[in-house]
Design a protein around this ligand. Structure first.
Ligand code: GRF
Length: 210
């Protein structure tokens, strides 16, 4: 399955995906293109290092017109033959243009145990709320903010003296595991989505079904 990865910044989740692929995971995923809305995203170098086309679609060029930006993103994704998208630290809300082009085929990674703490600064929100368990979520994208069906989650304990940076760093380690596991199950054809509930079949179950 040809995958487009959308980023905005550092790109450590993208790096985790590319390294997993190089290590023999993600057998049914092919990274077709990496797209950044931010021309200065450091993560673009991970794509270049892995010989994956890295393309900038600068959202500032289309101003406040989200659909116009998404149409440009869609054109890049289509030209690369993408069959699904992964939002890996992509700091923009995806609108109907992309949702209709890739129905049930856009994955997002978020640094909280959704539905707690959607939106920006999730580790900060978790600390401020005083939760004892934080974590990360990989979910399918729908028209809401961080609201689509949950594929998988990984918990991270909040420590008594945690700072936002320390907690975010420990969550990020778990994101790198979660995003690979979720994309692998998705591209293997091992996800069964029933309304909000997503079942991940084991590799043997997935094969039986194929
Ligand atoms: C991650 O915490 C991701 O969940 C969030 O933004 C951060 C991006 O990190 N949405 P990176 O660019 O993948 O390093």
């Amino acid at each position: 399955m040809r995958i487009g990865v959308l980023i905005s910044g550092r790109g450590s989740n993208l790096d985790a995906l590319l390294k997993a692929k190089a290590a023999g995971r993600l057998a049914h995923a092919q990274f077709a293109v990496v797209l950044s809305n931010n021309p200065d995203a450091p993560g673009l170098r991970h794509a270049r290092d892995a010989d994956v086309p890295a393309i900038v679609v600068n959202h500032r060029e289309t101003g406040r017109d989200r659909d116009a930006h998404d149409r440009r993103v869609l054109e890049v994704a289509r030209n690369a033959g993408c069959e699904a998208l992964v939002l890996a630290g992509y700091m923009r809300i995806v609108g109907e243009v992309l949702l209709e082009a890739f129905p049930g085929r856009i994955l997002n990674i978020h640094p909280s145990l959704l539905p707690a703490f959607p939106g920006l600064n999730a580790p900060r929100q978790a600390l401020d709320w005083g939760v004892k368990i934080a974590g990360c979520t990989v979910h399918l994208v729908d028209s809401g903010v961080d609201s689509g069906p949950i594929i998988l989650q990984r918990p991270v304990p909040v420590l008594p003296d945690d700072t936002e940076d320390a907690l975010a760093a420990r969550i990020l380690e778990q994101e790198h595991i979660a995003i690979v596991d979720a994309l692998e199950a998705f591209t293997d054809g091992r996800l069964r989505v029933e309304e909000r509930r997503v079942r991940i079949l084991s590799e043997s179950e997935g094969n039986d079904d194929a």
